[in-house]
Design a protein around this ligand. Structure first.
Ligand code: CA
Length: 519
């Protein structure tokens, strides 16, 4: 693991150079060093595809490509067409027990802690117990229309909430999908079917049980207080007294940003261990981060292509939210919009915090060559310093973006870019769907393992982070793809419940599954 890549320090030279970059942006100049660097060392163990094309060495038996579009924006632009590689013709590595270098810490004495009546269920933070078993998907709810997320409300273990792209949040309780939604915001949003506008993200406030607050990210229909149609909206809603439902009229808009192109709207909302709201926004769309002289990824005066961090309980900004201490501008002393926490992302469709240690995993959808998973380790207090730069549009995956005139090995170092921990090329998929770290009790050997997928190729992967580096990367498509369902596809999202068990949502069919040990 290169010190350069993992360093969080903001050396003076970096500040000066990035500051100069901002000046260049302001002046419309783009005359920095041309050149293309070789693929960078992402220093991993074993079977990680350091060369992203190696990701193609582990493939499933076949692939079904669902619908033509992608909520995450992998293939929206014409320039991206024709890049889909052949899929499904190479034998798969299928025996996870064969993995060397497993970090499993067998703990035979461990018992799942007994549930205390009335006590909230929490993630299981014990180390993994035994090897990762073969996995399978179990249906939890069917008959959904474009489900995009699965979660639980803190303090309420009785219900699963399933977000549908058209604007409804459905409830699964007592094993049944309930007919009446928790909330229906379809009247205030623009939904474009299988494309990238609609209801895109949701997060319950950590104190939801007491304050009833939750947050939605959706594409505006141009209604009152929500900009123009297609703009991105993050709004707060308040559940009723018994938390059984919420009225769309409780909407309180925190933030709207220009939608720009129809694609690359980001999506994920998540509360970090610091109880602050993290919000991923894409680069504004089109192709190759086309907005402005230098794109939005490296433009710290744009909210696009960023992860923002807000305190939704505050009111200092527009009487809507507050800026928490320690965002990027405060930490790095750069001229930047105060909401920015991290930058250089193309379309961070799904990201998640490890429920036990606060580590952050981001699935960032690529342009024409590479999909990537980015990782930031949290400190002992479970928080992560602001200011990481993930490289877009200079970088795509661990490489310089094809055709980029600024990126080279020197600029990567000078700008202190954070390299992805995992990536894969077009022979594997076209649009990464970031997942979760499993922290449940049902599959003891899986604890600490991250699972993600590709929306287009419907392929699943797992890995874990050991001492800051990726380990045990294994394709598990043949385990998780339901047998006998040739149409399975459109893996739109993962989710986790309060106990750390993991879920998968798919468009084709419209189903939510639970990740389970294979029978
Ligand atoms: Ca990147």
């Amino acid at each position: 693991m290169s010190l350069l890549l993992r360093s969080r320090s903001f050396a003076a030279v970096s500040l000066v150079l990035v500051g100069a970059g901002l000046v260049a942006i302001a002046c419309g100049s783009d005359s920095r060093n041309p050149g293309i660097a070789p693929g960078s060392d992402t220093s991993t163990s074993g079977n990680q595809p350091n060369n992203p094309d190696n990701g193609g060495s582990m493939t499933p038996g076949n692939s079904s490509t669902p619908g033509s579009e992608n909520p995450a924006g992998g293939t929206q632009n014409p320039a991206n067409s024709g890049t889909e590689g052949p899929m499904g013709n190479i034998p798969v590595q299928q025996n996870p027990q064969d993995n060397p270098g497993s970090t499993n810490n067998p703990n035979p004495g461990e018992m799942n802690p007994p549930a205390t009546p009335g006590a909230p269920v929490t993630a299981n933070c014990n180390p993994p117990d035994g090897a990762v078993p073969n996995l399978a998907l179990q249906q939890v709810a069917t008959g959904l229309t474009r489900p995009l997320y699965v979660t639980q409300a803190p303090g309420d273990d009785s219900r699963l909430f399933v977000m549908e792209k058209g604007g409804t949040i459905r409830v699964v309780s007592d094993g049944q999908l309930q007919a009446t939604p928790f909330i229906d915001v379809s009247s205030v949003l623009m939904d474009d079917g299988n494309s990238e506008r609609g209801l895109l993200g949701m997060a319950f406030h950590p104190d939801f049980a007491s304050n009833g607050l939750f947050y939605l990210h959706f594409s505006s229909n141009g209604g009152q207080g929500m900009g123009v149609a297609g703009d991105t909206v993050v709004a707060e809603f308040t559940a009723n007294a018994d938390r059984s439902a919420a009225d769309a009229a409780t909407r309180r808009v925190l933030l709207t940003t220009a939608g720009l192109e129809a694609n690359h709207n980001g999506g994920q909302l998540a509360f970090g261990p610091d109880k602050l709201l993290y919000f991923g926004l894409g680069d504004g769309g089109g192709a190759n981060d086309q907005h402005g002289a230098n794109g939005n990824g490296q433009n710290l005066m744009s909210l696009n292509a960023k992860i923002l961090r807000l305190d939704p309980l505050g009111r200092a900004v527009n009487n809507a939210y507050s800026i928490p201490a320690g965002n990027l501008a405060a930490v790095t002393q750069q001229q930047a919009l105060p909401e920015i926490w991290a930058y250089g992302l193309r379309n961070p469709w799904r990201f998640s915090f490890d429920a036990c240690n606060g580590d952050l995993y981001i699935g960032d959808v690529g342009q024409n060559t590479l999909e990537e998973i980015d990782f930031l380790a949290a400190g002992a207090d479970k928080t992560i310093p602001a200011g990481s730069n993930f490289g877009w549009r200079l970088m795509e995956g661990p490489n310089c973006r094809p055709g980029d005139t600024v990126c080279n090995q020197q600029t990567q170092q000078q700008m202190n870019l954070t390299q992805p921990v995992d990536s894969y090329g077009r022979t594997v998929g076209q649009s990464v769907t970031g997942g979760f770290v499993y922290r449940g009790s049902d599959i003891p050997g899986l604890r600490g393992t991250y699972i993600y997928a590709d929306y287009q190729s419907a392929r699943f992967f797992r890995f874990r982070i050991v001492n800051g580096a990726i380990a045990d990367r294994t394709e598990i498509t043949n385990q998780l793809r339901p047998a006998g369902n040739a149409q399975f596809g459109g893996i739109s999202s993962f989710g986790s419940d309060n106990a750390g068990e993991m879920y998968v949502a798919t468009f084709t069919p419209g189903v939510v599954y639970k990740v389970a040990a294979a029978p």
